[in-house]
Structure formats: C-alpha cells, structure tokens
Design a protein around this ligand. Structure first.
Ligand SMILES: [Fe+2]
Ligand SMILES: [Fe+2]
Length: 175
C-alpha cells in the first residue's frame, strides 16, 4: 500500500494534471475566440487528455487504499500575446510535468514502492510522446514565422496534426 508521503505526492500530481487540463482549456478558448479553430481543437483535445491523466492518478490513489482529494487549482491565464506564446507556454508546461513525473518515479523507487513505480511507467511514456508532439507544433509555428498569412498556415498545419489517426497515418510512429 501507499506511504503517507506517496499519497500526498500523488494527490499533488492530481492537482497538476487538473491545472494542466484547465490551462489547455483556457488556451483552447483563446484560440477559438481568435479564429484559430485548428489550434482550438488541438487544445480542447489535450484538455480532455489531462483530465484523463488526473483521473488515472485519482483512481489509483483510492485503489491503493489512499484517499484522493479533489484539489483547488489556481485560475489559469486567459490572455496571450499571440499564438507563438501559447504554444511556447504549452511546451514549457509539458516539460514541467515530465519533471514532476520523474520526481514521483524517484520517490517510488526510493521507497521501493514497485506498484507505484510500475503505475508511473505509463506516464513516463506518455510524457515523452507529449513532449515530442508539443515540440513538433512549436517547431512548425516558429518555422512559419509571423508574416501576413502566418496565422492561416499555422492553423492549417495544426489541423493536419489533429487529423492524424494514431497507428494509421504517416508520422504516427512518433505520435
Ligand atoms: Fe498530463
Ligand atoms: Fe500533457
């Protein structure tokens, strides 16, 4: 079963995933009101994924005889300077979460909590995938630049990424 310290650490991660979900939801809203429907769809999808991550931690804590707590989370920002800033911040956020997962892995290994160590493996792979994906989008955004038609091209490129069906389309190996 889980140590008190581990329950606390896992509950902290519930809060982080919840915040990430709200952050991406807020980014989706900003994209939508700024006419970037492809970027909005990308962020809406990721908001849902972060909510799923939160629930995985939540259910695991209770399954292991801990007590999952519904957290209070800070309000995410609602305004961004431009789409470049949105994706730069999203990528930074993914890197931060990867770091938090690594700290949890370290703790579970130190405590010889092999069930949690095993549970966390899914998140280790997931974070690697998400970092690759967010970096890919950010690289595209940077490459397109901020010329007169750039918003249109950025949105089209992000929509192409949204349309990729995992395991079926080109690029899916790394998605
Ligand atoms: Fe996540
Ligand atoms: Fe994520």
């Amino acid at each position: 079963m889980l140590s008190a310290k581990m329950i606390e650490a896992l509950n902290r991660q519930v809060k982080e995933e919840y915040y990430a979900s709200n952050l991406y939801l807020s980014m989706a809203s900003w994209c939508e009101v700024n006419g970037l429907s492809g970027c909005a769809a990308f962020m809406y999808e990721h908001a849902v994924e972060e909510r799923i991550h939160m629930m995985k931690f939540f259910k695991y804590i209770n399954m292991m005889d801990g007590h999952a707590i519904v957290p209070e989370v800070p309000m995410p920002p609602s305004e961004w300077l431009n789409i470049q800033t949105v994706f730069a911040e999203a990528y930074q956020h993914e890197k931060k979460v990867t770091n938090l997962i690594s700290i949890l892995v370290e703790l579970s290994s130190k405590e010889q909590d092999f069930a949690t160590l095993n549970f966390l493996q899914w998140f280790v792979s997931e974070q690697a995938e998400e970092e690759v994906l967010f970096k890919e989008v950010l690289d595209k955004v940077k490459l397109i630049g901020d010329g007169p038609q750039s918003l249109y091209f950025i949105d089209t490129e992000v929509q192409k990424i949204n349309n990729r069906v995992p395991g079926q389309e080109n690029g899916a190996e790394e998605a």
